[in-house]
Design a protein around this ligand. Sequence first.
Ligand SMILES: Cc1cc2nc3c(=O)[nH]c(=O)nc-3n(C[C@H](O)[C@H](O)[C@H](O)COP(=O)(O)O)c2cc1C
Ligand SMILES: CCCCC(=O)C(=O)O
Length: 367
Amino acid sequence: MDRTASGEDVVLALHTYEAAAKERLPGPVWDFFAGGSGTESMLTAGRDALDRIRLRPRCLVDVSRCDPGTELLGARLAAPLGIAPMAYHRLAHPEGEVATARAAGDAGALLTVSMFASRTLEDIAAAATGPLWLQLYWLRRRDLMADLIRRAEAAGFRALVLTVDAPRVAFRPRDAANGFAVPSGIRAVNLAAEVMAASHGSRAGESAIARHSAEQFDSSVTWDDLAWLHEVSSLPLVLKGVLTGDDARLAVEHGVSGLVVSNHGGRQLDFARSAPDCLTEVVDAVAGGCRVVLDGGIRYGADIAKALCLGADAVMIGRPALWGLAHSGTEGVTGVLRLLMGEFEEVMALMGAPTVADFGRSGIATP
Ligand SMILES: Cc1cc2nc3c(=O)[nH]c(=O)nc-3n(C[C@H](O)[C@H](O)[C@H](O)COP(=O)(O)O)c2cc1C
Ligand SMILES: CCCCC(=O)C(=O)O
């Protein structure tokens, strides 16, 4: 938190964290965080879709007490808000995911830990006081996935999140131009070094992240392979990156407990339909058969309200958590989460919606 001359706390606006992060981080790291795929058309698409949605408030409702609390796959949350999986938090702050986990716990938010976390699952779990989910990319080395899942179970993680929109990492022009590679002092410590080697070592005109994914991701997996994940673990399975009702229905048929409707922060399929625009189709297709989360461009408390009105159970933020981390570690991430939660609580009052169950389709208008 910043302080005024008189010592009062001032809540920082999200863009202040963003500006601070941009100033502090090396250019190629900033580009890796901020960048998108292809023409980068998807960096703004989700945000534009959210901005087009307008709220329809009800009045003369008792909002003397608003409770943003909710439940998601068995976990209590202070608000329907989580942090999306992002690789290598140590690029933003030396404490990395441990700082993020502390902040998520303090704020009562969910944290999804990337398979490419730069701190061990055990250290992250030791720092966490809130629920943790583990994100997975499907590696050719299934033995390593199984090992990671067993460790996550032992450390108390509550769900697995399989990212299904990235059979490989898409072409990202900024990373290619920078010859971006993960600096050697920062590693995906939960995986064997030989499997991660291609992520390190810069080559002009090429992204090491993309090179690594082409080498290590199994792009042949299909719906049938989900049976293997269900065999290896009894944790609830969430699929991240589903954008159609057809895939949402298939997911429910395959025993999936949750979906993240996501454009991967504009980093995968260019010219896709934006995640907020896909939400209604997905919610209708699952018909209550699994939980639905939205991510991409969530920057205001009102965005949480809009997602709930469209039928989502919760939202996740990506980059803003990294901005908070780069700004001031745990304190910065807590600041970002509390800012969004505070805004959401105000929107609840002004919408005449004192609980999360009070948000429905009649709460929004889309042109
Ligand atoms: C730097 C960075 C790293 C990411 N790493 C992962 C990852 O490891 N696994 C994954 O499923 N998604 C990853 N994502 C995508 C996020 O989970 C999320 O979908 C996206 O960032 C949400 O959009 P927002 O940043 O606009 O909030 C990453 C995104 C960023 C910006
Ligand atoms: C190997 C992928 C690293 C994470 C990332 O950049 C993303 O998922 O967008």
